[in-house]
Design a protein around this ligand. Structure first.
Ligand code: DAH
Length: 344
């Protein structure tokens, strides 16, 4: 047998052994160039064909073809195995653990002011109060004069009120002017209305005060409305808003549009009256202002004070939300910090 045939057989053995050692696509490509490439070992062996007898050549050619077929098939098999192994190790390295719990999508929720507003409106609504919309941009008269503010009352001063370029047109500083709108709309029918909405005050922004904030005003007018009705209504409100068994306390106060006027406290929702940091060791938290509607205000609204009486109250919504949700800085409400909004 020709030497060349032996060499080719040997080449096949060596090549198969070398192929078995390869572990990467790059290595199999190098292997191919080394054995079957144009400058490879097979080509080198076949260069000797020219020196052979014509009779020997066909066998060498046939053997070379067979070796080539065997090696190419082996290469394909090797590469398929390697691709599979590479894919498996890539998957393992990515470390996808299909048993892990899914990521929680962030759910949007109501702003704490809206939560507070809805709670308050729901509680008072169930007591028969209807929501009445009134404007945020007011006349000086509605905001002050018709509510019995004396002309020199300090609340009218520049530092409290946002004025507009138009004479006597201002941003309301409280929801109380809505009382006049509601009365003029319904007099002489008895009414129970609540007036929720934005208010504006030209004040320094601090942990306790914002330039823009929300209030809810309540107003009840009828033939026999007494101070006891006010007390019962607010006690019921406090029990639903801050928990069953809550007590309230009235302190005498002054507002131009009510007489008598009171400020109302609820026993501290944190320490239940024993004294803590939140209630400044007083046991009480102030929640709102209230009183019996002043006869002048009744008359300005179109009700005869000799026939009608009424009570009114007004509260800051952020304040209720702060007490209920343990927020100690009103500025957080309108600074768009998503972490705060998600927490409360
Ligand atoms: N308007 C008052 C304020 O902004 C709050 C208030 C007090 C409203 C007594 C009332 C009331 O209706 O009777 O400070």
């Amino acid at each position: 047998m020709s030497n060349l045939v032996q060499e080719l057989t040997q080449l096949q053995q060596d090549a198969l052994a070398a192929l078995a050692q390869t572990t990467s696509t790059a290595a199999t490509e190098a292997w191919y160039a080394d054995y079957l490439g144009r400058k490879g070992k097979m080509t080198a062996i076949l260069r000797g064909v020219g020196q052979l007898d014509a009779a020997e050549r066909p066998l060498v050619g046939k053997t070379a073809n067979e070796v080539k077929v065997v090696l190419e098939a082996a290469l394909q098999e090797r590469q398929a195995a390697m691709n599979q192994a590479e894919m498996e190790s890539a998957l393992a390295a990515e470390g996808i653990d299909v048993t892990l719990p899914g990521r929680q999508p962030q759910l949007g929720k109501l702003h704490p002011t809206n939560q507070g507003m809805r709670e308050i409106v729901a509680i008072l609504g169930q007591m028969g109060f209807q929501v009445f919309d009134s404007p945020e941009v007011e006349t000086d008269d509605y905001n002050f004069g018709l509510l019995n503010f004396p002309p020199d009352h300090p609340a009218r001063e520049m530092q409290d009120t946002f004025f507009t370029k138009e004479k006597d047109i201002i941003l309301r500083t409280h929801t109380s002017p809505g009382q006049i709108h509601a009365m003029r709309r319904y007099a002489p029918e008895p009414i129970r209305v609540i007036l929720p909405g934005k208010c504006y005050r030209n004040e320094d922004v601090t942990a306790r005060s914002e330039m823009m904030f929300y209030q809810v005003e309540g107003l009840a007018i009828g033939h026999n409305i007494t101070f006891s009705d006010l007390k019962g209504t607010l006690l019921n409100f406090a029990n639903q808003m801050y928990g069953a068994g809550r007590r309230i306390r009235f302190r005498k106060s002054y507002f131009p549009f009510t007489e008598p006027s009171v400020e109302v406290d609820v026993d501290c929702i944190l320490c239940a009256g024993s004294g803590c940091r939140i209630c400044k060791y007083s046991g009480w938290l102030e929640i709102l202002g209230a009183g019996m509607v002043h006869p002048v205000v009744l008359a300005n609204g179109g009700y005869d004070p000799a026939v009608f009486s009424g009570f009114a109250f007004g509260m800051g919504i952020e304040r209720q939300a702060m007490l209920k949700r343990g927020v100690d800085d009103i500025r957080l409400f309108y600074s768009n910090d998503a972490r705060f909004l998600a927490r409360v």
